[in-house]
Design a protein around this ligand. Sequence first.
Ligand code: NDP
Length: 310
Amino acid sequence: MITVLFAAADRAWPSYETVLPAALAEAGLDATVLRETDRPEDVDYIVYAPNGTLTDFTPYTNLKAVFSLWAGVEKIVGNTTITCPLCRLVDPSLAQGMTEWVVGQVLRHHLGLDRYIKRDSRDWDQVTPPLASQRKVTILGIGELGAASARALRALGFDVHGWSNSQKAIDGVTCHAGAGGLEPALSGAEIVVLLLPDAPGTQNVINADTLAHLAQGAVIINPGRGPLIDDDALIDALNSGQLSHATLDVFRQEPLPQDHPFWSHAGVTITPHVASETRPFSAAKVIAENMRRAEAGEPLMHVVDRERGY
Ligand code: NDP
């Protein structure tokens, strides 16, 4: 019998109450799932999101692993009381949701749909967009979510470029890597999607210098994390026309403060961190499979590299 503690916001529990025990049973595990315990030394695994009350893992002296319910772990990696392996969420449903959101946002700007949605005159303004193959779309961060989005955009014919730490190979996608790969990835790009983690090497990757490499009137789409962007540089680029629009799902401070200039800027679309939600039915299966591996002595999947920060 293993003991699993579910430690996330109270509001998350109803959607896991049934699916998590069911997924653990389906994985062949004899498990008890608790919401709280006065015997922390008995807990084997913690299913975790940092929006709950748990921050000190010290009492959980026999913990074998912590499983994050989120893909982004920037609020967890620095927790020095976690001394066992920390696994982030890599889940096909999360990738599918992100791909759908990214493709939708790219097509909005590629096709110039706002022109018709925001129609304020009776002009018969016929504007032919370029074909997707004539449009360079760059994805910064081609890990689980970025690579899935890159493949979908490539399938639509876009000239897709990607950028990552280590060199990747994705069919039909021009892959750039490392510090020297950033400029060629961004050079002349008309649409840039940010799917990097918030880690020491990625903060302010979108700044005045990097924005200058983009095509005039480019669009930034950020479902990654707020600190990837220097907010002031973004606003300057929108005001100068270097950028024509920014669609932002994530922010340095969430909810975005009421007085933040993004709210009133005509060139900014704000979505409230909804690009891709964790789907409990799917996440529970991924976590159960990882727990099964741990119990069988097999290597864990998706272990976070604390040094790298993701
Ligand atoms: P991955 O870890 O799979 O991918 C991260 C990518 O970023 C990798 O390609 C990695 O390169 C690259 N990278 C990291 N640091 C650098 C760097 N310094 N220079 C160049 N490339 C770098 O993460 P996911 O794809 O699963 O998730 C990405 C992010 O998406 C999450 O961290 C989270 O912030 C965000 N997210 C947002 C959601 C939303 O609803 N808005 C939902 C879910 C996630 P390499 O592969 O070589 O290591």
